[in-house]
Design a binder for this molecule. Structure first.
Ligand SMILES: [Zn+2]
Length: 394
């Protein structure tokens, strides 16, 4: 691995609301080892020098809700029928698009047939490019429940515990449980619980015994509350959020990952060509409730939030976390808030803040370089000029 010197760069470090100029970053063995106006090289040290004049670098972006095996551009039901081989090829493509867009880490929350583990092995062995990944394997859902096509159907406590153990055995870092119905599965209702409290708790307890993080797709009030009380770490979507649940989440330190992008995209006229009527109907029905509740609770003091796009849902593209960040700013978050959430904040959510999410000495060299000032305009992130993952230029 070649050592790299990024010369004359402006830095947003992921934590502080400022950009510091005229600095250089020395990357050695994949890690940031020095940040100063003139980092000292070892005697005889060879580095690849990159002149970054006019460039602002920030920590690699993190998307905490991705589905690499879902094709954001194909008709949804058609893509569910494609072969395993075709899905794997698409995962490789989606992973590359993710990384090239400056998203250097994802949390993959539900993938067909454990293809996520094969893909990660391919990335780690240098066979194909891709981001860092925390993987869930298959989602755990009731028989015929939400997301069964990327899931392990399991009913009752014992079967659910076994389903968790299967994901752990396959290499999962996080266990994803479907607490409620959702938009993209026919015949399930977003507002209704799929599992009983005891079933969700069985999954959460089993995951904790294996020291795995937990995430729950949870949209309706009963299901969200079940998930929070069961000790799930992150609530995904949280559409029918209530005051009582928000207070519980603050008390327990539960994260809310609202995933605002799908609500926008599934109600876009373009979606009609890609998604079935039942999904359009549900998306239009829940979107205003989601927006209203996010607006109502998102600034509550001590509430923890995460930025995840739900990429792979039709029209939620794998190379785009910026739309989700921009949507946060529609609710009164500043560009700085959105940048911090998508870097250091998401790293904390993943419990990886000692490794990623900041540009500091000792951190992994996951770095995105853009022209323009992202604190002034998030849209400059859409065209990164430089992406480095673990000290390797993408
Ligand atoms: Zn999802």
């Amino acid at each position: 691995m070649q050592n790299i010197l990024l010369k004359d760069v402006n830095i947003f470090n992921g934590k502080d609301n400022k950009i510091e100029g005229n600095l250089s970053i020395l990357i050695r063995d994949g890690k940031i080892v020095a940040i100063s106006s003139n980092p000292k090289l070892s005697a005889g040290e060879k580095v690849q020098e990159i002149d970054c004049e006019g460039m602002t670098v920030l920590p690699g972006l993190i998307n905490v809700h991705a589905h690499l095996s879902l094709d954001a551009e194909a008709p949804f039901e058609e893509s569910l029928d494609e072969s395993t081989e075709m899905t794997l090829l698409k995962i490789v493509k989606n992973g590359r698009l993710t990384l090239e867009s400056g998203i250097t880490t994802i949390r993959e929350l539900g993938c067909r047939e454990h293809l996520d583990f094969a893909y990660r092995e391919g990335v780690e062995r240098g066979v194909v490019p891709g981001p860092r990944m925390l993987l869930s394997g298959k989602v755990i859902t009731k028989t015929g429940g939400h997301g069964y096509f990327i899931g392990r159907e399991a009913d009752g406590k014992v079967e659910i515990m076994k389903a968790v153990r299967e994901q752990v055995k396959a290499g999962a870092d996080v266990i994803k449980v479907m607490s409620t119905g959702g938009v993209m599965t026919e015949g399930v209702e977003p507002g209704l619980a799929l599992y009983t409290f005891e079933e969700v708790k069985a999954a959460a307890d089993e995951a904790r015994r294996s020291q795995k993080l937990t995430a729950s797709h949870a949209q309706g009030t009963e299901g969200v509350k079940n998930a929070v009380l069961a000790g799930i770490d992150t609530i995904e979507h949280g559409i029918y959020m209530t005051e009582e649940i928000i207070e519980l989440m603050i008390e327990k330190g539960t994260y809310w990952v609202p995933t605002l992008t799908p609500g926008e995209r599934l109600t876009d006229p373009r979606a009609a060509e890609l998604i079935p009527e039942y999904a359009i109907e549900k998306a239009n029905r829940v979107k205003p409730i989601h927006r209203e509740n996010f607006a109502k609770f998102c600034h509550r003091e001590s509430l923890k939030l995460g930025i995840g796009s739900d990429s792979g849902v039709p029209l939620v593209f794998h190379n785009d976390i910026v739309t989700e960040m921009e949507l946060f700013t529609e609710y009164g978050f500043s560009n700085f808030d959105a940048l911090k959430l998508a870097t250091f904040g998401n790293a904390e959510l993943l419990q990886m803040q000692d490794k990623i999410g900041a540009i500091e000495v000792g951190m992994e060299a996951d770095i995105v370089g853009v022209y323009g000032n992202p604190l002034q305009s998030l849209s400059v992130l859409r065209k990164p000029k430089l992406v480095i993952k673990a000290g390797v230029i993408v």
